[in-house]
Design a protein around this ligand. Structure first.
Ligand code: F0G
Length: 442
């Protein structure tokens, strides 16, 4: 396959993997990977879906011709990540005003978030490098994923999280998978600063999203998506933005696929942030993407509560290269969108829902047209943050905040608080009759 002997070029300053080259991989048009042309690659990747080899069952390593190569494929640490479902979102599409709306649900990965596709790659390289310890700062999903993959690899993991600012579901995962978990009295950006110092002083391998192998692994979601669309790209891909690793990775994948001749046009890649954690939106609007504007992040979507996104430069580059947009959404808009995604029988965590809320705005602005096809990348599973969902349905989410009145009007009709009843069939039947008479879908 020509996988051995792959070379990578690193940035001298940040250590980022800038370009990965393989024997037979040329950077001009007519580019080949693993010695295969685009037709050969498509066939090979599809064939692997019928294989029961661990490497092929992984939706990441199935595409190994466009990933950096390990010395020994036996070092791959995989939980069979990737190969996630693409769902149609009919009622969300109606709410947003587009005819062809889909969700690529990365929350259906083994640890419940998109992080697994990058983590399988980075953990495998950490193991190959002989590291005993891996570490990350996290808003919860990276740490859950890292802890799982480290455990599978027989490595120890160190997690730094902002105290009281990650969900119980995510925290409990890190503990279950055996991570040494430190809740620091700071925010995510503060955790990153502390971690930077720790890695200077101790032989631990950094697994934050600036890790180049994580970005490489995360590219595969875009490849999977194009394969699912039979290599005819949708018009738009919309992702939530936090530290901006995901958008950078997806953008890199799109550009590489175009170079390889796997696709002939680029979908527009747009990034949506919470209004209270809108560093990228401000950076692009106020400086044209030239200088990072850091913010003090505040949002209930704890996953993207990040004020100084590490990969902002890369994100700016890929948004520009694909002709995408940036947008921000309010907390109420995000909560409504999350309920709408749930009502389509899909569900996701709050951070993922900014994609639908942002899409509505992009449609109103005319950036996304009614007849265009749109894919929302849902990054985290509904069960990651049950507290948010319960508060939403009990009507507590915005209690005592400046949004209380607006929330009651906008979200009220969607709230379904759980009921406490006497243990009698009569009581249940009454509820059922009432629900039937008041079915909003009638
Ligand atoms: N959605 C979810 C569910 C996330 O957990 C994150 C990031 C994002 C979106 C944003 O992705 O950072 O690549 O722009 N979570 C990281 C973490 C920061 O530590 O779990 P991004």
């Amino acid at each position: 396959m020509g996988e051995e002997g792959a070379k990578s070029v690193r940035c001298a300053h940040c250590g980022d993997l800038l370009e990965v080259s393989f024997p037979g991989w040329k950077t001009s048009s007519g580019m080949r990977a693993g010695g295969l042309d685009s037709v050969g690659l498509k066939q090979l990747w599809l064939q692997r879906r019928t294989s029961s080899k661990a490497l092929d069952e992984s939706g990441v390593w199935r595409f190994r011709e466009i990933l950096p190569a390990l010395h020994d494929w036996n070092n791959v640490i995989t939980l069979r990540e990737g190969n996630t479902p693409l769902y149609e979102l009919p009622s969300c599409g109606r709410a947003a005003g587009v005819e062809h709306l889909y969700a690529k649900h990365q929350g259906m990965n083994p640890t419940g978030s998109f992080k697994d596709t990058g983590m399988t790659a980075a953990a495998s390289f950490a193991k190959q490098g002989g590291f005993r310890w891996v570490a990350c700062a996290s808003t919860g999903n990276t740490s859950a994923s890292m802890a799982a993959y480290a455990a599978r690899a027989g490595m120890r993991s160190l997690v730094l999280i902002p105290q009281g600012q990650i969900t119980w579901g995510k925290l409990s995962q890190a503990l279950d998978y055996g991570a040494v978990t430190c809740q620091l009295k700071t925010d995510f950006d503060g955790c990153m600063r502390v971690l930077d110092e720790v890695v200077q002083r101790m032989p631990v391998y950094l697994l934050n999203s600036v890790n180049p192998y994580r970005l490489e692994g995360q590219k595969t979601v875009a490849v999977e998506l194009m394969e699912r669309f039979d290599w005819q790209p949708p018009d738009h891909i919309i992702v939530p933005g936090g530290n901006l690793g995901n958008s950078s990775a997806i953008g890199k994948a799109l550009l590489e696929m175009k170079q390889l001749g796997l696709i002939t046009k680029l979908p527009k890649l747009s990034v949506i942030q919470a209004e209270g954690a809108n560093a990228l939106v401000r950076t692009i609007r106020e400086t044209g993407g030239k200088k990072l504007i850091s913010v003090h992040a505040e949002t209930m979507a704890t996953a993207i509560k990040i004020g100084s996104p590490a990969s902002w430069k890369k994100a700016v580059r890929v948004i520009e290269a694909t002709g995408g947009a940036v947008e921000q959404v309010s907390e109420v808009e995000m909560a409504l969108a999350k309920a709408e995604i749930g009502a389509d029988g899909i569900g996701c965590e709050p951070a993922s829902a900014v994609t639908l809320a942002g899409l509505k705005k992009l449609v109103k602005q005319g950036f996304v047209k009614k007849g265009e096809s749109v894919v929302l990348v849902l990054t985290g599973n509904l069960l990651k943050d049950p507290d948010f969902t319960l508060k939403f349905h009990r009507g507590d989410l915005f209690a005592g905040t400046e949004h209380e009145e607006e929330a009651a009007v906008v979200l009220g009709p969607r709230q379904r608080a759980p009921m406490v009843l006497d243990a009698s069939a009569n009581a249940v039947v009454k509820v059922l009759e009432y629900a039937e008479q008041n079915d909003p879908r009638k």
